[in-house]
Design a protein around this ligand. Sequence first.
Ligand code: HEC
Ligand code: HEC
Ligand code: HEC
Length: 114
Amino acid sequence: MKTGALFNAMIIGGILLSAGNSMAGDNKGAESIVLNGGSLGSVTFTHGIHQGMFADCKPCHELFPKESQVVDKMKAEGKLQRRDVMNMCKKCHKDLADKGKKTGPTNCKDCHKK
Ligand code: HEC
Ligand code: HEC
Ligand code: HEC
């Protein structure tokens, strides 16, 4: 029990710390980012609009750091599987759709453009 409580405290501390790191003054990155979508064509991602939707930089930057081209790099290094990021994008869009909320696309061609 004791170690469990300590572990929880450490997790909460970590979450608070990372939330603090994402406050004002942080580099917000580009408004719009073109992601490599492989054979189906590239994906233009409205980074700025998505940032405005959420209280912090999660859920995306829990999966990968705030660096340019990092998704391709991590895929090449085997730290992310192909379509891991895509599935994260689609999951949020689908969950919101299921709740009847305003959401983003889940159809291939609404994200991937040649
Ligand atoms: C809905 C997903 C999502 C959210 C939320 C998000 N980002 Fe990003 N961010 C991305 C993606 C995707 C990339 C591009 C990674 C790549 O190029 O491989 C990125 C890249 C970046 C970069 C690298 C520079 C660049 O422009 O490519 C910075 C800096 C960054 N994000 C900062 C932030 C900050 C600060 C927040 C929170 C205020 C945030 N992001 C929220 C998805 C997100
Ligand atoms: C919400 C936007 C979105 C939707 C919808 C979407 N994709 Fe993607 N897809 C992405 C992003 C972003 C990437 C690049 C990151 C990654 O590989 O996770 C990607 C990557 C891919 C890749 C390349 C993976 C690799 O590394 O070789 C293929 C192939 C792909 N998608 C096929 C599909 C198919 C087929 C569908 C429809 C069933 C689909 N995508 C729907 C955003 C989307
Ligand atoms: C946590 C939830 C969430 C995540 C994660 C997310 N989105 Fe979205 N996305 C939304 C919502 C909500 C909208 C609807 C925005 C609106 O119309 O106001 C949207 C809209 C979109 C749109 C259409 C409108 C626009 O702004 O361009 C695209 C394309 C899109 N998302 C791509 C992506 C891609 C690619 C990723 C992953 C890199 C991603 N989204 C991750 C919630 C999310």
